[in-house]
Design a protein around this ligand. Structure first.
Ligand code: BES
Ligand code: MN
Ligand code: ZN
Length: 513
């Protein structure tokens, strides 16, 4: 999807040629004497249209307008939620028609980033395993959205950052939605390698032999039950100085989780193709980093395999040795995410990280605790936790901090190994996090349990791309903070940050986010 930012205000919009002109109208709308505001004023007076968020009115070839179609969309008070509702409602109408491009006209002061994110989210349609035979037919793809504002210079910083994040979210959703036989560990690694096409991105992919040499016995154990080869993926984005410690992101990439020998019930098992949403979010973040180019260093690690009950599968009671040297009693083969993550967290140590953040569809218990609204956040460091909580609020991708008291680790004790991979049913999301913590050294560590937020079930079934927005907000905030403290001439701070500021925090022709 292409986005462009154009300069256009309401009085000129009647002459603007577009397949669809979407006009966002807030409560404080004041009609001028141009053709379009006259029309909007009339529609409001006749009560055919209201400015309540999410209300829409559509017309085909309205008299006096150069656009083929006009959609008015109410945004209420014009705040983030209102704009989101208005854009969503407008896109719903547009998606049912033949138009492949549209112009979204924003009132003064409307949040450009919210508009871009909402439009991208609503315009996404999964296509990759659908054909021309599908019923009902898929609507034609929206290929271009022009965002129209009165003051392009003022909006451009926000706009560029939001487009980068929207592209990252779309990539995460796309890979997460693909079925397990299409999104194999091998294909995920290919998707990661493709990102090397962008400058500042490097990628290394390890297969079964290299993983064995590293002693990643936990990842190997989970992969053992499937004919599909495992992959361990290392991505690097170098936007900061060569001495800057990186933020390491670690994604759970179980491309299908049958439960293994501790097999899951059949109902809704198809949704376990989404068990690589953590990995998909790492790919999405790197796609966004490549475009936004903030001044930070980031490493992305993805531990990917299938969890199947094949002849060579790991069995309940088996004791395995991971890369850290600790032995693990696999009491339940369905607690596989924490196993593959344990080796990835051990591997993360080699980067002397500033922070390590893992992202995983880890526990059904987290779905029970927090549902689909907030992701679970577990964190050993208050400053990191606060930064992530704040980023989640700012990016409308919220999370909630959960506890990590050592008392929760009690039931992870094993009779036959250093640690067991499951405790009892109580606080299942917390005990999973406590297991992961066994493999964390003394850098600040955060763990996102996205089991409830990574995908939707029912009518809207599909991946959400969460928490790409949260993670990007955090990384962009980090770049901004570094730019604010860096001495002038600092090698790493010279690049433009995504908020449009240079190393010293000076605005470069645009405002901050
Ligand atoms: N991938 C699942 C977690 C999951 C379950 C995510 C349902 C979303 C919806 C994970 O690998 C798993 O199976 N966890 C087990 C752990 C248990 C065996 C301790 C769970 O949550 O039931
Ligand atoms: Mn499982
Ligand atoms: Zn799983």
């Amino acid at each position: 999807m292409d986005f462009e930012l154009i300069g256009l205000s309401l009085p000129d919009a009647a002459r603007h040629k577009a397949a669809v002109l979407v006009v966002l109208v807030a409560d404080d709308f004041a009609a001028g004497d141009d053709a379009l505001s006259g029309l909007i004023g009339q529609a409001l007076r006749s009560e055919d249209f209201r400015t309540k968020a999410g209300t829409v009115l559509a017309a085909y070839r309205p008299a006096g307008l150069a656009a083929t179609r006009l959609v008015l969309a109410g945004t209420g008070a014009g705040d983030g939620a209102g704009v989101q509702a208005g854009v969503q409602a407008a896109l719903k109408i547009v998606r049912h028609g033949p138009a492949q491009e549209l112009t979204l006209l924003l009132p003064d002061g409307a949040d450009v980033a919210v508009t871009v994110m909402a439009a991208a989210e609503a315009a996404y349609v999964y296509r990759s395993t659908k054909t021309e035979h599908t019923q009902p037919p898929l609507p034609p793809e929206v290929t271009r959205i022009s965002v129209a504002v009165a003051d392009v210079d003022r909006a451009s910083g926000d706009f560029d950052g939001a487009v980068a994040v929207a592209h990252g979210v779309a990539l995460a959703r796309e890979w997460a939605n693909r079925p397990a036989n299409h999104a194999t560990p091998t294909r995920l690694a290919e998707a990661a390698r493709k990102l090397v096409g962008y400058s500042s991105i490097r990628c290394k992919v390890l297969g079964p032999k290299a993983v064995a040499r590293l002693g990643m016995g936990a990842l190997q154990a989970v992969a053992a039950g499937s004919a599909e080869e495992l992959r361990f993926i290392e991505l690097r984005y170098d936007g900061g100085g060569s001495d800057d410690a990186p933020v390491v992101l670690v994604g759970k990439g179980i491309t299908f989780d049958s439960g293994g020998i501790s097999i899951k019930p059949a109902a809704a098992m198809d949704e376990m193709k989404f068990d690589m949403c953590g990995a998909a979010s790492v790919l999405g973040v790197f796609r966004a980093l490549a475009e936004a180019r903030p001044a930070v260093n980031v490493v992305g690690l993805i531990a990917s395999c299938e969890n199947l009950p094949g002849a060579a599968a790991v069995k309940p009671g088996d004791v395995i040795t991971g890369m850290s040297g600790q032995t693990i009693e696999v009491l339940n083969t369905d607690a596989e995410g924490r196993l593959v993550l344990s080796d990835a967290l051990t591997y993360a140590q080699r980067f002397k990280p500033r922070a390590v953040i893992d992202i995983a569809t880890l526990t059904g218990a987290c779905v029970i605790a927090l549902g689909g609204v907030r992701s679970g956040l577990f964190c050993t460091d208050d400053a990191l936790a606060d930064a992530l909580l704040q980023a989640g609020e700012a990016a409308q991708d919220p999370c909630w901090r959960m506890p990590l008291d050592d008392a929760y680790a009690k039931d992870l004790r094993s009779h036959f190994a250093d640690v067991a991979n499951v405790a009892g049913r109580p606080a299942g999301a917390v005990t999973a996090a406590k297991f992961l913590q066994c493999f964390v050294a003394d850098w600040p560590w955060a763990h996102f349990d996205i089991a409830g937020t990574a995908w939707k079930t029912g009518d809207a079934k599909g991946a959400t791309g969460r928490p790409v927005r949260l993670l990007m907000q955090y990384l962009l905030d980090q770049a901004d903070a570094a730019a604010d403290t860096a001495p002038a001439g600092n090698a790493g701070g010279k690049r433009k940050t995504a908020s449009g500021k240079d190393a010293a925090g000076r605005a470069s022709g645009s405002t901050g986010r």
